[in-house]
Ligand binder design. Structure first.
Ligand code: ADP
Ligand code: MG
Length: 727
C-alpha cells in the first residue's frame, strides 16, 4: 500500500508553479487601494467629520458618538462601492493570531424588505465573548464578556468583501486582553517622555512616534508533504527527521535565485499586501533551504504591527493557492537555521528627525547621543524583561543556537560609537569643563556622522544591535506578535527618559549649563550601562562566560523567564506609565505559562502517537525483513551464516535497542505528564512540563532519527528532511 509519503512525493513530481496573473499596473497605481485611508476619508466624510477623525488619530482624542455615526456611513459607502457585504472588528488576542467575526451590513425588516445598515455604535464597539480567548483567569474573577473597540489610528481595510476595523480587545472590566491596547499606551507614554527631552534641543518638537521596521522570516513546504507529516500539521515543527546530507552547509541558498513556485507565491501575496497599504520592500532567500524573508519600509509602530499580523494571515491564505504551506514556527527543522522577526526600532519627531540617526552638527549629535545612551541604559536595566518578552515555547528552540541571538541580552554599538562613548566617559567628569575640553568634545561629537556613514560594522550575533540609525532587536521570534517586545522597549525607554530629564533639570538648577548638564548625565549612564555593551561574537562560549562575570542574567528556562512579568521592579514600571495594571500582568503571566504548557503537552502527545503508530511498526516490519533474510542465509549456508549475516544480526539488534528506548522513554513521558497534570497550579505545572516532560521529546527523537537511517527507505512513512526542504 502506498504510504501518504509516496503519494505526496508523487504529487510533488507533477507540481508546476502556479501562474500568478502578472499585474500590468505600477505598484504605486494600486498601493492602498483596499484601505480607507486619509485620502478616502476626505472623499467620503464631511469636512468637519474628517477633521474630528483626524484629530482623534493625531492627538489620540476620543471620538464623539455622533461623529462616529457619520464615519460609519462614509465607511459603509466606501466599502459597499467596492463590493463589501460584511464588517468585522479585527483584533489581536493573546495567542499570536488575529481574530475576526463577520457581521453583514444586510438587515431584514419586519414585514418584508431589507436594507444595508452600519451605525456608529457598531463601528465603535462590539461585544465578543472573552472567555474563549486566552484571558489568564480574568474571566473567572470578572465577567466573561469582553468588548472590542475601534482604534482610529490604524486605518480600516477591505479583505474579501469584509470591512475590517482594527480594534483593541478588553475584558468588560477594562483589562486588556490583546496586544494592541498596551502597545498604544506604551507609544503614548514614550511620545510624552521623548517630547519632553526633545525640548532641550528643539522647541518645535510636539510629537515623537515610534517607528518599526520588521523583517519576517518564514519557511515554505509543499502542501502534500506537509499533510503527510502529522507533527508539522499539529505542532508547526518537525518533531523528528534526520538532517539531510546536504542542507545549508554550502551557503548556496542565502540570496540565491528564488524558486519559480516561490516567486509566484511571493508576487501574489505582495500584490494583496500592496493593495492593503503594506509597504513591502524586500524579498529574498534566507540561509536555510526553503527559508525566505520579506521586509517592508518601516512605519509608525502601531500600524507596522497591524501590517505584520495582517500579512501573516494573507501569506497563510495565499500559500494554499500555490499548494504551499507557510511555516512561521521559529524552528521547524532541527539542524538548520531558525526564523526570527527582527524588529528595527527607532523614534521620529514631527519635525522629521530620526532621533537615533546621528545629525550633522554637534548640537543635533548631542540629541542623538541622548537618545542613544538612554536606550542603552534602558536595555541595561530592563534587558531581562526584554528577553522575557520574546520567550516562548517555539522561540526557545531557536535562541542560543548558532544562528540566533543568545539568550543573554547585550548591545552592539559598533567600534566607532563605542570609542566615542569611551571618550566621553574619560574626558567629561563631574567638575565643570574647561573651554578647551568643551571644544574637544564638540569636535569629537561632531565627527560621529562622518565616521558612521562609512561604518558598515554589522554584528549579527547581538540580540540588540545598533545599526546606524536604529536598534535592531533580533531575538523576536518569527511566529510572535512583535507588539510585546515593543511594549517593553518603549516603556523601559520612557522610564529612562523621564529619569534623564529629572537628573538634567537638577543639574541645571545648580547653574550648570544645559549642554554640560546633559553630557554629565550621559556620561553617568555610559558608565552605568557599560556591562550591557559587547562588540564580540555573541555566539561564543567566551561571551557566555563574560556575561556571567558581568552579572548579566539570561534566559535559562522559558518558564523562569516568564517570572519577569510579576517581578516587583517590572510591575512597578508598567504601572507607573499605565501600560499594564498588576492584574493584567498576572493574567499575562498565567497565559504565557498556560500556552507553554499546552504546546509542550501537544508535542509530547504527537511524538508519542507517531512513535507508537508510525515509527515502531515500521521499524519492526523492517526488522522482520532482516530476520527472514538471516533465516534464509542460515538455510543455504548453515555453517557460514553467522559470519555472513554478522551485520544483519547487528542491525536487528540495534533496531531492538532503539525500539526499546523509544518505548521506555514514551512510557516515562506519559508518567511525567500524569504527574504534572495532577498539579492544579498552572505555573508549577508549566515548570514541571518544561523540566520533566519536555526533555523526553528530544530523547525519543534521537532514537527515531537513528532508525530513519537504518530502515528501508521504501518503508519509511514520513517525508524526510531532504524531501521536505526542496522546492
Ligand atoms: P538588514 O537585513 O540589513 O537588517 P533589511 O533591509 O532587511 O536590512 O531590513 C531593515 C529594516 O529596518 C527595514 O524594515 C527598514 O525599513 C527598517 N528601518 C530602517 N530605518 C528605520 C528606522 N528609522 N526605524 C525603524 N525601522 C527602520
Ligand atoms: Mg536585519
Amino acid at each position: 500500500m502506498a504510504t501518504l509519503r509516496f503519494m505526496a512525493l508523487n504529487e510533488l513530481s507533477h507540481r508546476q508553479a502556479t501562474q500568478t496573473p502578472e499585474c500590468e499596473q505600477k505598484i504605486s497605481d494600486y498601493f492602498g487601494a483596499d484601505v480607507f485611508d486619509k485620502e478616502q476619508m476626505r472623499r467620503y466624510l464631511p469636512k468637519e467629520v474628517f477633521d474630528s477623525v483626524n484629530s482623534a488619530i493625531e492627538d489620540g482624542r476620543r471620538l464623539d458618538r455622533k461623529v462616529a455615526n457619520q464615519v460609519a456611513l462614509g465607511m459603509k459607502t466606501w466599502a459597499m462601492e467596492r463590493g463589501a457585504t460584511h464588517y468585522t472588528h479585527w483584533f489581536q488576542p493573546l495567542n499570536d493570531t488575529t481574530a475576526e467575526k463577520h457581521d453583514s451590513f444586510f438587515e431584514p425588516m419586519f414585514g418584508g424588505g431589507s436594507f444595508e445598515n452600519f451605525r456608529g455604535d457598531l463601528l465603535v464597539q462590539q461585544e465578543p465573548d472573552a472567555s474563549s480567548f486566552p484571558n489568564g483567569g480574568l474571566r473567572n474573577t470578572f465577567e466573561a464578556r469582553g468588548y472590542s473597540a475601534w482604534d482610529p489610528s490604524s486605518p480600516t481595510f477591505l479583505v474579501d468583501k469584509t470591512l475590517c476595523i482594527p480594534s483593541i480587545f478588553v475584558a468588560y472590566t477594562g483589562e486588556a486582553l490583546d496586544f494592541k491596547t498596551p502597545l498604544l499606551k506604551s507609544l503614548s507614554a514614550l511620545d510624552k517622555a521623548a517630547v519632553d527631552v526633545c525640548q532641550y534641543f528643539d522647541k518645535d518638537v510636539t510629537k515623537v512616534i515610534t517607528t518599526l521596521g520588521w523583517e519576517q522570516e518564514y519557511f515554505l513546504v509543499d502542501e502534500a508533504l506537509y499533510r503527510a507529516r502529522p507533527d508539522l500539521v499539529q505542532t508547526g515543527r518537525t518533531l523528528m527527521g534526520h538532517t539531510a546530507a546536504k542542507d545549508q552547509q554550502l551557503d548556496d541558498h542565502y540570496w540565491g535565485a528564488i524558486p519559480e513556485r516561490v516567486i509566484s507565491f511571493m508576487k501574489e501575496f505582495e500584490t494583496a499586501a500592496y493593495r492593503l497599504g503594506i509597504p513591502l520592500k524586500t524579498r529574498h532567500n534566507e540561509v536555510a533551504p526553503n527559508q525566505f524573508e520579506c521586509a517592508p519600509m518601516f512605519e509608525e509602530a502601531n500600524i507596522a504591527v497591524d501590517h505584520n499580523t495582517l500579512l501573516m494571515t494573507l501569506m497563510r491564505k495565499i500559500a494554499g493557492k500555490h499548494k504551499l504551506k507557510v511555516l512561521f514556527h521559529e524552528k521547524p527543522f532541527m539542524g538548520v537555521n531558525g526564523s526570527g522577526k527582527h524588529c528595527n526600532w527607532s523614534l521620529a519627531t514631527n519635525t522629521g528627525v530620526n532621533l537615533l540617526a546621528p545629525g550633522k552638527t554637534p548640537k543635533t549629535n548631542i540629541q542623538f547621543l541622548t537618545f542613544f545612551v538612554n536606550t542603552l541604559k534602558a536595555a541595561c536595566d530592563y534587558g531581562t524583561m526584554m528577553m522575557s518578552s520574546i520567550a516562548s515555547e517555539s522561540n526557545s528552540h531557536r535562541l542560543g543556537g548558532h544562528e540566533a541571538p543568545p539568550a543573554v541580552l547585550s548591545v552592539f554599538t559598533g567600534s566607532t560609537l563605542s570609542d566615542i562613548l569611551d571618550q566621553i566617559e574619560e574626558r567629561i567628569s563631574d567638575k565643570k569643563l574647561s573651554p578647551d575640553e568643551k571644544t574637544g568634545i564638540k569636535l569629537d561629537i561632531g565627527k560621529i556622522p562622518e565616521i558612521l556613514l562609512d561604518n558598515t560594522d554589522r554584528n549579527r550575533t547581538s540580540p540588540f544591535a545598533f545599526t546606524g540609525n536604529r536598534f535592531e532587536f533580533r531575538a523576536t521570534g518569527s511566529s510572535s506578535n512583535c507588539a510585546l517586545p515593543l511594549i517593553v522597549i518603549n516603556t523601559a525607554v520612557t522610564e529612562q527618559l523621564v529619569q534623564f530629564k529629572k537628573e538634567v533639570d537638577a543639574l541645571i538648577e545648580k547653574n550648570i549649563k544645559k549642554d554640560e548638564a546633559i553630557l554629565q548625565v550621559i556620561r553617568k549612564y555610559i558608565i552605568e550601562s557599560k556591562k550591557i555593551r559587547f562588540e564580540g561574537n555573541g555566539y561564543s562560549e567566551e561571551w557566555l562566560q563574560e556575561a556571567r562575570k558581568r552579572g548579566l542574567q539570561g534566559i535559562t528556562t522559558v518558564t523562569s523567564a516568564f517570572k519577569e512579568y510579576i517581578k516587583p521592579q517590572n510591575m512597578a514600571l508598567f504601572k507607573r506609565y499605565k501600560v499594564f495594571t498588576e492584574t493584567e500582568l498576572k493574567a499575562r503571566y498565567e497565559i504565557k505559562n498556560e500556552l507553554f504548557l499546552k504546546k509542550v503537552q501537544i508535542e509530547s502527545r504527537v511524538i508519542g502517537d507517531l512513535a507508537a503508530n508510525h515509527i515502531i511498526p515500521t521499524a519492526i516490519k523492517y526488522q522482520n525483513v532482516l530476520i527472514e533474510n538471516v533465516k534464509g542465509v542460515k538455510e543455504i549456508f548453515p555453517t557460514q551464516y553467522e559470519e555472513l549475516s554478522k551485520e544483519e544480526i547487528k542491525t536487528i539488534h540495534s533496531i531492538s535497542e532503539h525500539v526499546k528506548s523509544i518505548r521506555e522513554f514514551s512510557e516515562a513521558m506519559v508518567e511525567a505528564r500524569k504527574k504534572w497534570n495532577n498539579v492544579a497550579d498552572t505555573v508549577k505545572r508549566a515548570a514541571g512540563y518544561e523540566t520533566e516532560v519536555r526533555p523526553y521529546i528530544s530523547d525519543i527523537r534521537y532514537h527515531i532519527d537513528k532508525l530513519e537511517l537504518i530502515v528501508d527507505d521504501l518503508l519509511w512513512p514520513l517525508p524526510k528532511y531532504r524531501e521536505l526542504m526542496e522546492l
